[in-house]
Design a protein around this ligand. Structure first.
Ligand code: ZN
Length: 468
């Protein structure tokens, strides 16, 4: 009888532990914030945040180190060859259709489940909110996030903060995960270069925005929300004389697509070898870009094992770009009334993620993260999904049917402790199981003994009945 009471008691503990509040997470991205922008003495509020946080000075973006591929890899834990967002725009090789931002670009692989969808699918009163995060405003596996605001640069930054933080406190459907996006300092980095006063002004704006965000969280009694502040890639400067014009080499033998420093090249039928050889020969003479046939694209890029990978890929070396920049420079010259000389610096990103200037930063503060911990080596963008899932008490592995080694999440030392209710539940289950097994085993032994005695012709007499 005591055993049964003990089992029931353990189950009661389990019930209590499962109904505890959900762990909450707010992920904030500032596009194109190079890791060393934090060394310019322009960011006192972010420095203060770092002191209370786990900090990875640099993170390794996925190749190409561009916005759509990296925001989607942050959200899914997958390299581009798995989730299929190889670039901000690409061509479907079967249909020749060009995909820009839209449903098809983000739905190459239906087994890809972004963190906001994983959270919603788990039910348990979980709700996800997305403020302009790349790819977040559409359904995955037929499921939309509870809250979503589509990409709209006209929305003031303060409004984005107020709106997205309010999702946590909704009385009916409180969010436990919110993804929040800001487009700077990427934009100014492109137009004026990473070392310009305009970019520095945006770095300061980001710093003040972080301060504002912390104030809003505190005012709404949300200081226990786990907060991740990061960026998707860095920025490198390019000048006019460093632009490589491939149009004459490609000629009429194919089309090109993409943005510097990575161009996808689609040869006409039967022209792949000839076009590749011409590009290869030009690459040797020029020395400032690499050109690959699809099968020769370096494995480390995790790019080529995908139907969407182009037959030929050209990748400029850091500080260089391709001819697509000419029309873009013309546009911004008019729009921003710029005077452009051979010394004028613009900003470009997309190079090999190992390039230091391509690397952004990662800061994580809250009850699930160590305080004052600086990581020794850069985190990888594809590891962030596992970290987010862990913080939220979600299991990421069931949605990772590809190579587990690629997607293996970093868990310690980032996550300070396992979710308390999960630990309690585990202890409870183990104890209850042990007690139940012991009880069953004892009953079985007693039954066996009784049978053996009977077989030997004895009549068992209870101790109490014997009068001893
Ligand atoms: Zn950019």
């Amino acid at each position: 009888m005591e055993l049964i009471i003990l089992c029931l008691w353990m189950l009661a503990i389990l019930d209590v532990s499962w109904t505890r509040a959900l762990d909450r997470l707010l992920v904030v991205s500032f596009d194109g914030f190079r890791y060393d922008y934090l060394n310019r003495s322009l960011t006192p509020n972010i420095q203060n945040l770092i002191r209370q946080s786990t900090y990875s000075e640099r993170i390794l973006s996925v190749f190409p180190s561009q916005t759509f591929p990296n925001h989607f890899s942050i959200a899914t834990g997958r390299y581009v060859e798995e989730h299929g967002v190889l670039a901000n725009e690409l061509m479907d090789l079967q249909t020749q259709e060009i995909y820009k931002f839209g449903y098809k670009l983000f739905h190459y692989n239906e087994t890809t489940v972004p963190i906001w969808t994983l959270n919603e699918l788990k039910k348990e009163g979980r709700h996800s909110g997305c403020m302009m995060w790349v790819g977040c405003s559409m359904a995955y596996q037929g499921t939309n996030g509870t809250y979503s605001v589509e990409f709209d640069l006209s929305i003031p930054w303060d409004d984005r903060i107020e709106k997205s933080v309010s999702w946590f406190t909704d009385p009916v459907k409180p969010a436990n995960l919110v993804m929040l996006y800001f487009e700077s300092p990427d934009q100014e980095g492109h137009i004026y270069g990473p070392d310009s006063p305009e970019t520095n002004a945006q770095i300061q704006r980001v710093d003040k925005t972080v301060q504002k965000l912390l104030q809003v969280l505190k005012a709404k009694n949300l200081s226990d929300v786990n907060l991740v502040v990061l960026s998707d890639h860095g920025m490198e400067s390019v000048t006019l004389p460093r632009i490589i014009n491939l149009t004459g080499v490609i000629g009429d033998d194919g089309k090109w697509l993409g943005t510097s420093p990575v161009l996808q090249i689609y040869p006409n039928k039967g022209k792949t070898d000839a076009l590749y050889e011409r590009l290869q020969e030009f690459s040797k003479r020029n020395g400032h870009f690499d050109v690959y046939k699809k099968q020769d694209i370096p494995e480390i890029y995790h790019y080529k094992n995908c139907d969407r990978a182009p037959p030929i890929l050209a990748v400029a070396k850091p500080k260089y770009g391709f001819h697509d920049l000419y029309s873009w420079i013309d546009e911004i010259k008019k729009k921003h009334k710029l005077t452009v000389t051979n010394q004028t610096e613009f900003g470009v990103h997309g190079y090999d993620p190992q390039t230091l200037s391509m690397q952004p930063f990662f800061i994580a503060k809250g009850p699930k993260f160590e305080k004052g911990l600086k990581l020794d080596k850069p985190l990888k963008v594809v590891d962030l999904y596992g970290i987010f899932a862990d913080v939220l008490g979600l299991k990421a592995s069931p949605v990772e049917p590809y190579n587990r080694k690629l997607l293996h999440p970093v868990r310690s030392p980032l996550v300070a402790q396992e979710s308390t209710h999960l630990t309690l539940a585990l202890v409870g289950y183990t104890l209850a199981s042990l007690i139940a097994l012991t009880a069953l085993f004892t009953l079985f032994i007693l039954f066996r003994r009784r049978q053996e005695m009977r077989n030997l012709g004895y009549t068992l007499v209870d101790k109490d009945e014997s009068g001893i």
